[in-house]
Design a protein around this ligand. Structure first.
Ligand SMILES: Cc1cc2nc3c(=O)[nH]c(=O)nc-3n(C[C@H](O)[C@H](O)[C@H](O)COP(=O)(O)OP(=O)(O)OC[C@H]3O[C@@H](n4cnc5c(N)ncnc54)[C@H](O)[C@@H]3O)c2cc1C
Ligand code: SF4
Length: 415
């Protein structure tokens, strides 16, 4: 039986969960957010090779770190495990979906395309709200401290060479200490009206280029600093290291949620299970986490579609590394090898101190934007190169026990 009962339980604290938690709490509902990962105040993200080798999520191996690697046949993914979800490691690029893409890809039998149930116009007010909350702003290339970022200029040059448009996309990064103030490097950030759940000082972006392994300066306007802090301000109970393991509907209405509480200091393979109940259950554990929970308990949800867990795809980004960029004699700029019209050719000069994520000046190919953004994490500290990552890539590795083959059998345990 469940002990605690609340209006809403939100599973996961990424983009979906944090916005839902904020809106529900703002509406006066009692809300509990159950996030499996830790919280990461500024300064707490792993940096040394030793720290990075343990920065993986695998409680069965007493690992409670940021990076969760899922392996499928022919398809591997890295997702985040921490308070703020993917916002802790994403590339900060906030693009609105093109209004022409609100159709189904498959042509209808009689010709034409089926429209989505929502339009871009329906979503625009919500985009406005999110951009405001996340402080979306273009990279301030016209300000002295940010004007000479080689990556941005290399992208400009490449776009010019290819005859493509380029633009500075909105980024959820604080470049200025407050709205309307002049941008500058490493300036103390003004506190927000809803406070900050970490209670730690933040500074503006200092162009370190470490966005994909967590911002130790608090310059990224990640969800912990924004929506989750606002949710907490409105009374949401935000709990970290709480991993949901099972969900089920209650006969009398609402849901029961089973979860374990991890304690990294006293790691145990089988922490005790707890149960709570709620009127509304928001599953926001990410593409894999939510699908996993539903597949695992699918017999309890007979209305679920058979297509659950099928038709996955990557998001079109590619990780690329550019070694030994040359300097173009004419411009004097550091530039990658001759531009080609493939997204995989874009990248950032590793010899510069340009941030991989904040300095992107994409061409009109938006996929290329984050291709280069995500690919330039500092080599030695990139999670892709850590011993744990390499171990996970080799067959029969210690992490292979976490491999999920689709469809997941009901009740299969990952931890
Ligand atoms: C390197 C990288 C760069 C990216 N760059 C961009 C970008 O620039 N722009 C962009 O728009 N998108 C970007 N993305 C994609 C974006 O981060 C994701 O689309 C987004 O995070 C998905 O949000 P979500 O709420 O569905 O899940 P997530 O943000 O992944 O959040 C899910 C949360 O649920 C938690 N969770 C999972 N299972 C459980 C459980 N059983 N119990 C409790 N908690 C659980 C996880 O720990 C996590 O915190 C990037 C992604 C990556 C990996
Ligand atoms: S470059 Fe990225 S990680 Fe570094 S301070 Fe700026 S936002 Fe943070």
């Amino acid at each position: 039986m469940s002990g605690e009962h609340v209006d809403a339980v939100v599973v996961g604290s990424g983009f979906g969960g944090s916005v839902a938690a904020y809106r529900l709490a703002e509406a006066g509902k009692s809300v509990v957010v159950l996030e499996r990962g830790r919280d990461y105040p500024p300064g707490s993200f792993a940096r040394t090779p030793a720290e990075m080798s343990r920065a993986f999520w695998d409680p069965a191996e007493q690992l409670y770190g940021l990076f969760d690697v899922w392996s499928f046949r022919g398809f591997d993914s890295v997702v985040s495990s921490g308070l703020g979800g993917g916002s802790l490691i994403y590339a900060n690029v906030l693009l609105r979906k093109d209004e022409h893409w609100f159709v189904n890809e498959e042509a209808l039998p009689g010709g034409g395309y089926e429209s989505w149930p929502v339009t871009r116009a329906d979503l625009d007010p919500h985009y406005d709200a999110v951009e405001s909350m996340l402080g979306a702003t273009p990279y301030p290339l016209d300000h002295p401290a940010f004007a000479s970022t080689p990556k941005t200029h290399a992208m400009q040059d490449a776009a010019a060479e290819l005859g493509l448009d380029w633009q500075l996309p909105p980024l959820a990064v604080s470049f200025a200490p407050r709205t309307e103030a002049e941008p500058g490097l490493g300036l103390p950030l003004a506190p927000s009206t809803y406070g900050n759940l970490h209670g730690a000082p933040r500074v503006t972006c200092r162009l370190c280029g470490e966005c994909n392994i967590g911002c130790n300066d608090g310059a990224k306007n990640s969800l912990d600093h924004t929506y989750l802090s606002a949710a907490k301000h409105h009374g949401a109970d935000v709990r970290v290291l709480h991993e949901v393991q099972a969900i089920r509907p209650r006969p009398e209405g609402g849901y029961e949620v089973d979860f374990v509480v991890h304690d990294p200091e006293q790691a145990t393979r089988k922490p005790p299970r707890h149960t709570m109940s709620c009127d509304r259950l928001v599953l926001a554990a990410g593409t894999y986490g939510t699908s996993y929970l539903l597949l695992r308990d699918r017999e309890r949800f007979p209305g679920l579609s058979d297509t659950l867990g099928t038709r996955f795809s990557g998001n079109g980004d590619l990780l690329t590394f550019l070694m030994r960029p040359r300097t173009a004699p004419a411009s004097g700029r550091s530039t990658p090898a001759r531009a080609r019209s493939s997204p995989a050719r874009s990248g950032c000069p590793t010899t510069s101190t340009v941030p991989p994520d904040v300095g992107g000046a994409p061409t009109s190919r938006t996929a290329a934007t984050r291709t280069s953004s995500a690919g330039c994490s500092k080599g030695p500290t990139s999670p892709m190169r850590s011993p744990a990552w390499r171990a996970s890539r080799s067959s029969g590795s210690a992490r292979s026990s976490r491999t999920l083959r689709r469809p997941a059998p009901p009740r299969r345990s990952r931890s």
